[in-house]
Write a protein that binds this ligand. Structure first.
Ligand SMILES: [Zn+2]
Length: 175
């Protein structure tokens, strides 16, 4: 996924927020934590360029392992259901859940090692052929980019909807 991670994070967080209202998720911090989690796996690009000097596919770093995010989501979910500091637990849950969603979205046209570190096998639903230069033109001219634009459009639609009252420590502000 190229431009869809951040809006996808907004969509998931905005749709889950009313369903987790009992945990105090109404404030902007919930949306912010979700959107941060949606892009957090790609922070490894810094390591890829600055430390690894582009020697390994950045999806082979543990921060792009679905099992890593699944474990964190599970732990955050247990914390949330335990009833202790639910507002913080809800932030951790939406952050990690969006990290896991990032793995799903990356799997559409990018290679993801779904069973890493136990199985060294990459998985991708579709392949973007390398037809153009620079490399990013291949993604923009591929049909999957229409899907990304749809994600952006739906996120904007949700963002423009009127929202309810605030919670989770930040009163008033909603967007
Ligand atoms: Zn990624």
């Amino acid at each position: 996924m190229f431009i869809g991670h951040l809006p996808a994070g907004y969509i998931i967080s905005a749709l889950l927020r009313p369903r987790l209202q009992w945990a105090g998720t109404q404030g902007t911090r919930f949306l912010f934590a979700g959107m941060l989690g949606a892009v957090a796996p790609d922070f490894d690009m810094l390591y890829f360029h600055l430390v690894d000097h582009r020697q390994h596919h950045h999806h082979t770093y543990f921060i792009h392992f679905p099992l890593f995010w699944f474990g964190l989501s599970l732990a955050a979910g247990v914390w949330l259901l335990s009833g202790r500091k639910q507002c913080h637990a809800a932030l951790a849950f939406i952050f990690t859940l969006n990290g896991l969603a990032h793995m799903v979205l990356d799997s559409i046209v990018g290679d993801i090692w779904w069973l890493a570190p136990f199985v060294n096998q990459r998985f991708s639903l579709f392949t973007v052929p390398a037809l153009y230069k620079p490399w990013w033109l291949n993604f923009i001219l591929h049909w999957s980019f229409a899907l990304e634009l749809a994600v952006v459009g739906f996120a904007v639609y949700l963002w423009r909807r009127p929202l309810q009252s605030a919670g989770c420590g930040l009163a008033g502000a909603q967007k």
